[in-house]
Design a protein around this ligand. Structure first.
Ligand code: ZN
Length: 126
């Protein structure tokens, strides 16, 4: 699986009861980029989906993942994907959540971060 660099705001937030200052990645949205993150609920790996890619148009997250295996824990990703940061896997038995709607979409303090990119199956066949 290829990696993709995207610009993210990085926040340290309260994501679960008793879990403070937890690092949360929030992809910046602009006219040229519409990336969102999803997480593997089995291992916590994060993935980027590029919604500006014409191949992803009208597809669900599960359709985009297809039969792709998680590069970190090897599960079939479509069975374990959840939208991030609505779902954050903190540890084996603890999940958190963060609502990013209240965060303003500003460039300030953002960083380039690299994530695995999930692309629709056709393009993985070569
Ligand atoms: Zn995984």
């Amino acid at each position: 699986m290829k990696k993709k660099k995207i610009r993210c705001l990085i926040k340290y937030e309260n994501v679960a009861i008793g879990i403070y200052n937890y690092k949360v990645f929030l992809p910046l949205k602009s006219g040229w980029s519409n990336n969102s993150l999803v997480t593997c609920t089995n291992c916590g790996e994060l993935f980027v989906i590029d919604w500006e890619n014409p191949e992803t148009e009208n597809l669900s997250i599960k359709q985009i993942a297809g039969s792709t295996l998680c590069p970190t824990c090897n599960v079939i990703l479509s069975r374990y994907l959840a939208t991030y940061p609505a779902t954050i896997r903190i540890s084996e038995d603890q999940f958190g959540s963060f609502n990013d709607e209240a965060i303003s979409n500003q460039d300030e303090g953002s960083e380039i971060v690299e994530f695995y990119e999930i692309r629709p199956p056709q393009k993985d066949l070569k």
